[in-house]
Design a protein around this ligand. Structure first.
Ligand code: SF4
Length: 320
């Protein structure tokens, strides 16, 4: 469904380039929920923007590409970086970070739905017919069609988030990208949003990429996941394996720091901070925080490779 090949991106600043993505490689399969986790500033949102083809200066793709491929209505499609935006809504859609603030507060929700329909599809029916279909779709998602007549400021944060997800999935895209879809919502609403995303993915039989710094979100809904650190993928594999048998030292420490239900022992966080992307250390970027770092780690960048079937990681220790 999606191939990311050797993707490296940087922000051009007057003080020099800030390399925000470094040689990122992964694939997302048909009919799966893929998670991307990592600390703030590790490049998660830039990666998602690159997948959605929102690459605007000062962000520049230095090398590599993203390829979106699939079948819709019996037709095969294939789009690479620079063309993916032609397929927005129909084949790929995006639930951005702080999505609750994305809707124009003074435009009725129904108008925002109509505006999101690609031009060619708009010609196939009248606005009234489209809105009839939207109302039916909202009902399927247990949302009242009354939402369509509302202005976004009249809806709660949870309702706005549900409306955005409905908007992003109305055209039944093959791939949905969701950036921190549960952030800033209370726990009960979070749960409802996660259930809605899972249900939609099952119903549409499409793929979902979910970016979240919350490991609990990944544990609950993703099939496979990538752990990012300082602009690169440290580890990638089935979610169950990442949580129960992590292989990269960063993932091991990250998972080890998570609280467990019923335990009253104090968990230890990872000492130190991620490096500044403008001036990262040579070699493995995790070396200054890694208890297993060697001289080699401080000089050579570890290769991201398949170290076991379906398990990928970038660590010199795993190559030995
Ligand atoms: Fe630690 Fe070295 Fe592996 Fe980096 S390459 S995670 S520093 S052991």
């Amino acid at each position: 469904m999606l191939r990311v090949e050797n993707l490296s991106s940087s922000y051009k600043t007057i003080d020099g380039d800030v390399h925000v993505l470094n040689n990122v490689n992964f694939t997302v399969n048909d009919n799966e929920i893929f998670g991307i986790a990592g600390e703030s500033g590790c490049g998660k949102t830039t990666l998602l923007n690159s997948l959605y083809d929102i690459i605007e200066y000062p962000l520049v793709v230095d090398s590599g590409r993203v390829v979106l491929e699939g079948t819709k209505n019996g037709n095969h499609f294939s789009y690479a970086t620079g063309e993916i935006r032609k397929t927005w809504w129909n084949n790929i859609s995006y639930v951005p970070q702080a999505a609750q603030s994305v809707l124009n507060p003074i435009v009725r929700v129904k108008t925002q739905f109509l505006d999101s329909i690609p031009k060619e599809d708009r010609k196939k029916e009248t606005p009234a017919q489209t809105l009839e279909r939207v109302a039916l779709y909202l009902k399927e998602l247990s949302l009242s069609p009354d939402v369509l007549e509302a202005y976004p400021f009249q809806l709660s944060g949870g309702m706005r988030q549900r409306a955005i997800i409905a908007l992003a999935t109305f055209m039944a895209p093959n791939l949905v990208l969701a950036d921190e879809p549960t952030t800033a919502l209370d726990v009960v609403v979070q749960k409802g949003i996660l259930m809605m995303l899972m249900r939609l993915q099952k119903q549409l039989k499409n793929s979902l990429i979910i970016v979240s710094h919350d490991m609990g979100v990944h544990y609950q809904i993703t099939n496979r996941m990538a752990i990012m650190y300082s602009g690169s993928i440290a580890e990638l594999g089935p979610t169950e394996a990442i949580f129960n048998d992590p292989i990269h030292p960063y993932t091991t420490m990250l998972v080890g720091a998570l609280p467990r239900v019923g335990e009253d022992i104090q968990r230890v966080g990872i000492a130190g901070r991620p490096p500044a992307l403008k001036n990262p250390p040579p070699g493995c970027r995790f070396a200054p925080r890694c208890p297993r770092a060697t001289d080699r780690c401080r000089k050579e960048v570890p290769e991201f490779r398949e170290v076991r079937p379906g398990r990928f990681a970038a660590c010199h220790l795993l190559n030995e």
